[in-house]
Design a protein around this ligand. Structure first.
Ligand SMILES: [Zn+2]
Ligand SMILES: [Zn+2]
Length: 257
């Protein structure tokens, strides 16, 4: 019993981290901000992971997140803790996301460059099929009971703890290197593939690397490590990092949007 529980806990954490890295590298840095260009093979792999671990339709996530950058913490932001209140966004982030997508114009306006291809039409646009495949795989690995437990725990961690901490906590508490309303929380960065360095990200959204060497404290972006490994094997081509952009533009010139 205890052994099965521990195995389910480990498997669930691995699934959550696969979802987290696919989110930060594919959905966020590549598809939304074009900060890294992924080889089609790598992109396809991430799309598969996103499909079976989250059911997220990439162009919907991209649209909501681009709108968040366009109206950060002002009227129009889909999920601002400064406007809505911290706990409402921290606990209700998922519901704000669903609410935003009720307006079909959001995807049309903010993700018009992401046209559905044949893979989307056959597989990746079918959220519930992806989630079902993921749950069945967990049940085949762990047995039905522990498989459902691992799937539930993963959903809880991904939706209500990790993703919501970026949009809630990382616009509320933490330190800043750049003049914007987002914050950096290093512990959250370790758990979210680097996303917790959210103030840096809002300062330089086109940087594929979220940590900033000249920041006040030691920052580590694990997502950048994966991107570096992918670039060594020619599966990713990252654009300019924050340090390179700062060197070119001067320290007091954070990017917009
Ligand atoms: Zn933000
Ligand atoms: Zn972003």
């Amino acid at each position: 019993m205890l052994f099965s529980f521990l195995i389910a806990l480990i498997v669930s954490s691995i699934v959550t981290q696969i979802a987290v890295y696919s989110t930060t590298i594919y959905l966020h840095r590549a598809a939304t901000h074009r900060a890294v260009v992924l080889h089609p093979l790598a992109a396809w792999g991430f799309r598969l992971f996103i499909w079976i671990t989250t059911g997220i339709v990439p162009r919907e996530w991209v649209a909501v997140h681009r709108k968040h950058h366009a109206f950060t913490d002002e009227e129009g932001d889909p999920h601002s803790p400064l406007l809505e209140g911290f706990w409402k966004v921290q606990l209700g982030n998922f519901f704000y996301y669903v609410k935003e997508l009720k307006d079909p114009g959001v995807v049309e306006k903010y993700a018009r460059d992401l046209k559905p291809d044949v893979w989307d039409r056959v597989l990746f646009d079918r959220s519930s099929v992806g989630l079902l495949v993921g749950i069945v795989l967990l049940c085949l690995t762990l047995g039905i009971g522990w498989g459902l437990f691992a799937a539930g725990l993963h959903a809880l961690m991904y939706v209500f703890v990790l993703s919501s901490s970026i949009n809630g906590l990382c616009h509320y508490k933490g330190y800043r290197n750049f003049q914007n309303t987002a914050t950096n929380i290093r512990l959250i960065a370790w758990l979210t593939g680097g996303e917790g360095l959210h103030n840096n990200h809002h300062g330089y959204p086109r940087s594929p690397k979220f940590s900033f060497r000249q920041g006040r404290r030691f920052e580590f972006d694990p997502g950048w490590l994966i991107i570096k490994v992918l670039s060594w094997v020619k599966l990713a081509r990252p654009l300019k990092t924050i340090e390179e952009a700062v060197k070119m533009r001067g320290p007091a010139q954070p990017q917009e949007g």
